[in-house]
Design a protein around this ligand. Sequence first.
Ligand code: NDP
Length: 334
Amino acid sequence: KPQNKKLGVALVGLGSYSTYQLAPSLQDTEHCYLAGIVTGTKEKEKTWQEKYGIPVENTYNYENFDSIANNEAIDIVYVVLPNSMHADFSIRAAKAGKHVICEKPMAISVAECDAIIGACNKAGVKLSVGYRMQSDPYTKEVKKYVAEKTFGDVHFVSSDAGYISRGNPDQWRLNKKLSGGGALMNMGVYSIQTSIYGCGANPSSVSAQEFSTRPDYFKDTDETITAQFEFPNDAVAHMMTSHNANGNRLKSHCSNGWFELDPAHSYGPISGRTSNGNVISFPHQRQQALQMDDFAKHILMGTPNVAPGEMGKRDMIIVEAIYRFIAEGGKKQM
Ligand code: NDP
């Protein structure tokens, strides 16, 4: 493709994230645009076609999706479905010869992540995970503090990611078959990500605890999980993720000070401060637009993939280790 061409993106699954974040953000991108839709809800087809000028021939459902292979207007398929459907549609998209971006969590097991990575490699297409924070300037700034040791060595990171779920108890996020797990799958990947970039290394070991205070509501999935990481650079971290407690924070305690983001991973504006009294501040931009341009530039110009499939898989290895620790670990009753 010539470098001046905008890549066509097809959104798969027109739920709330596609409707309120991704589609509007794709109006703000330089290197890609919303070209197609894939939906299982017939009524959404016409609304989206009219709102975004999407031609009928770029409109698919889950049954005829594979014929997207014949549609040259679609370069990138963006999978925005419930978690347990990510692997199937990402693999089908790769087989159709399309570049793939898949929402977080990348899938619901390490084996599924491997299958997606394998399918994309085999098809020779690019793969990214919808980790919008990897394109966010605040995240880049704290990564710089870590790399340049602005506040010295990081010794301890604390990170929280959660919200209080009060909605319909039958929603897919609370249904393990569709979600693969509860708070840890949904929000836990943010605390795993912030622990890692707040410290600058991948963890070498983990321990974890699960808490359940509303078992009548969270019948099928984890409510609150805390976990502790050791890192090869001698740092340690503590994370909390929950569907029953609000948390949106990263704090890194270093040998000569500290830095903090709070909020750390919402849609923005993100807010941050440091031990020397500075406020971390950048003009607000839609993270989803930055993310999509980063992926399009990776495809068109070979710039780095800021959220590759291997990163999604790394986080799923940690998720599985946390669940395994909880399943095997004994709680001491008092
Ligand atoms: P929603 O429930 O709002 O939408 C999911 C959509 O998937 C539905 O509207 C439907 O679209 C389609 N779908 C197909 N089969 C099913 C099914 N069995 N049950 C429910 N929906 C189905 O979810 P979200 O948009 O909030 O989340 C989608 C994905 O995006 C998740 O993986 C989530 O983790 C991720 N996400 C990421 C965020 C981020 O900041 N990176 C933020 C929010 C979500 P249709 O009617 O078109 O078929």
